[in-house]
Ligand binder design. Structure first.
Ligand SMILES: C[S@@+](CC[C@H](N)C(=O)[O-])C[C@H]1O[C@@H](n2cnc3c(N)ncnc32)[C@H](O)[C@@H]1O
Length: 245
């Protein structure tokens, strides 16, 4: 059996399960598995879903945050509405759409930011990877000032250069930062999720995260160990409130 066949078969399993549960995407399972491991989203939370099209993560976020919660999604591509979510169309790095998000929040802080954002793929791996990580840094610069103390941030990044440096700067904002590879994205070896918990806004440095990450990149020593990737265990204890570790 070729690896390709095995990987396709696993992806089909998650797609089938997503369909059975009424989720729009296989990716919805990734957020479920991140939640199962880290318990980021609680009932009543205000959540920003970055790169929300076609709405699989928004469905999960609505389910987890419940009737008292609020989910705001943003994507370049318009989504079919998700009941319980406000889905905006635009570029998250664009000032006008950022203002729309702030307006939707109406002074409330975000409890959780979930980002499954992926840039358009050119096929040139190093370019795509660099664009992906730069986009994530920009999402962080916009959303961290809106995130409450104790809040969480999770984002997809493409594996490769610059992740260690990004994690380094994230540790200046959060007390817990982990890489995580959900079962549903295993063997899509290009992606990994960075899970940040316990936002500590009082530690925020005076320089933008993008700038600090770029400075850190200029000191890059090429160390991409990846040893701290945590595997997922499958299981769905959604809404459990205890700390993951
Ligand atoms: C993998 S998809 C997200 C899938 C989604 N989590 C789900 O489960 O339905 C990544 C999305 O990021 C969006 N995206 C890429 N760049 C963006 C940007 N600058 N602003 C907003 N969305 C962006 C893409 O349009 C794409 O729909």
């Amino acid at each position: 059996m070729s690896n390709r066949w095995v990987n396709e078969s696993r992806r089909d399993t998650w797609r089938r399960q997503a369909k059975e549960e009424g989720y729009r995407t296989r990716s919805a399972w990734k957020l479920r598995q991140i939640q199962d491991r880290y318990h980021l989203i609680r009932a009543g939370d205000v959540i920003l879903d970055v790169g929300c099209y076609p709405g699989g993560w928004a469905q999960v976020a609505v389910e987890l945050s419940g009737e008292e919660g609020e989910v705001i999604g943003v994507d370049l591509v318009p989504c079919i509405p998700v009941e319980g979510a406000k889905l905006l169309v635009g570029d998250i790095t664009d000032l006008a759409i950022q203002e729309s998000v702030v307006k939707e929040l109406a002074q409330r802080p975000l409890n959780v930011v979930v980002s499954d954002i992926s840039p358009d793929i050119t096929g040139n791996w190093s370019t795509d990877q660099a664009v992906s990580i730069d986009l994530v840094a920009k999402v962080l610069d916009f959303s961290l000032p809106l995130l409450c103390a104790g809040g969480s941030f999770v984002t997809k990044v493409f594996q490769g250069t610059g992740i260690d440096e990004l994690i380094g700067v994230l540790k200046e904002h959060f007390s817990k930062v982990r890489r995580f590879s959900p079962e549903a994205s295993r063997n899509a070896s290009s992606e990994v999720y960075i899970v940040c918990r316990n936002h500590q806004p009082w530690r925020t440095p005076n320089i933008s995260l993008t700038k600090r990450w770029e400075e850190s990149m200029s000191r890059l020593d090429g160390n991409e160990s990846g040893e701290d990737v945590e595997p997922s265990t499958v299981g769905f204890r959604v809404l459990k409130r205890t700390e993951a570790d």
